[in-house]
Ligand binder design. Structure first.
Ligand SMILES: *[C@@H]1O[C@H](CO)[C@@H](O)[C@H](O)[C@H]1NC(C)=O
Length: 350
């Protein structure tokens, strides 16, 4: 019998080795804002933080990590689906080092945007600085695994990019500076130009596989509804229209870049807008009870330090809510969004 089993064992081991070498996405690398930040803001001096309870209460071990959610954010689900870690560690987190970042790293910072003026509002990491950190990471990775192996990882990695909401809701519509300078359509064009420069810079640094996410129906975020007195606390139509227009412009820019830059594979995830909009309009279809307000505290305006564990109004089951705090989705919403994208990402990039 042994003589039958030994070749079989060898065979399966060879297959396993082959599978290992053919895992085409060796790392998940993340740029963006709070939709994807896994804890970088913990290490900088900003008021925009979430490394305390009740944030993270449904994360592994119930720990608050600096994710703006009760649990995970989309890159965590994507990483797990690609057979990598079930979470993507933050670059500035001192608990992790380059050996952890071989399979993925997050440079995102809550509150940031394409526009430098946006990251200035809450003193968070500007997008250009995320790129500086990425360059530093490239050097550390080369020192750690060798030049050739590092190049392979950096080229084959899947890059997840998600930002833009703060440019409108934390900057343009709040402060006069950009409004004096630009109409909202001109501001969209300005941001798409910044996005294009950023995408070109990543390409020049060797990035080849990208999933770019545009704007959600940002007029339906609980904070925006709470202040929509004229509209009886329904979604702010103007903000949703701006999101749709901006996404179309972003999508055209991405199509143009993919034509122009050889080997650049960019997936613009335009369906996220509609999916989130459907969850908000027909929450019961997705197993939710509440979409108008968030789980945390009164669910209307609280986030960061205002979202407090002591508030007796904080809901007990976040899975019943589309939104966790006034600006951010629950773990369950993030999972639904991710599950919707993952089959296509696996097909395109793995
Ligand atoms: C943003 O700031 C960085 C650093 O000061 C600068 O290099 C870059 O040109 C600025 N971007 C814009 C669009 O002003």
């Amino acid at each position: 019998m042994a003589c039958i089993y030994i070749p079989w064992l060898l065979f399966t081991q060879i297959l396993l080795q082959l599978a290992k070498h053919e895992a085409k996405v060796p790392a998940i690398i993340v740029f963006g804002d709070s939709t994807v930040d896994s804890g970088n803001n913990n290490r900088i001096s900003t008021l925009l933080k979430s490394n305390f309870k009740p944030y993270g209460r449904d994360f592994a071990g119930g720990q608050p990590t600096g994710r703006f959610s009760n649990g995970r954010v989309p890159p965590d689900f994507v990483s797990e689906a690609f057979g990598l870690k079930p979470f993507v560690p933050a670059y500035l987190d001192p608990n992790y080092g380059i050996s952890d970042f071989v399979t993925g790293v997050c440079f995102a910072s809550a509150g940031t945007g394409y526009d430098n003026a946006t990251s200035d509002v809450l003193n968070v990491i500007p997008l250009w600085k995320e790129v500086e950190y990425y360059k530093e990471y490239q050097n550390k990775l080369r020192a750690h695994v060798g030049h050739n192996k590092a190049t392979e990882i950096l080229t084959e990695a899947l890059y997840l990019i998600s930002l833009g909401t703060n440019d409108f809701l934390e900057n343009y519509y709040i402060f006069p500076r950009r409004q004096i300078q630009f109409t909202v359509q001109q501001y969209q064009d300005f941001l798409v130009g910044l996005s294009e420069n950023f995408m070109r810079e990543l390409y020049s640094l060797g990035v080849r596989k990208v999933s770019l996410t545009g704007l959600p129906p940002m007029g339906c975020l609980p904070l925006e509804r709470a202040t929509n007195f004229m509209g009886h606390h329904d979604c702010v139509e103007e903000y949703n229209n701006v999101a749709v227009e901006f996404n179309l412009k972003l999508s055209n820019m991405v199509a143009r870049l993919s034509q122009e830059l050889p080997g650049y594979r960019v997936r613009f995830t335009e369906e996220v807008y509609q999916l989130v909009y459907q969850m908000i309009r027909t929450p019961s279809k997705y197993g939710f009870d509440v979409a108008e307000v968030a789980c945390c505290s009164t669910g209307t305006f609280e986030m960061s330090y205002l979202c407090s564990e002591a508030n007796p109004l904080t809901c007990s089951d976040a899975n019943k809510y589309v939104f966790w705090d006034a600006f951010h989705p629950t773990d369950k919403t993030n999972k639904i969004i991710s599950d919707n994208l993952i089959p296509d990402l696996l097909k395109l990039f793995n």
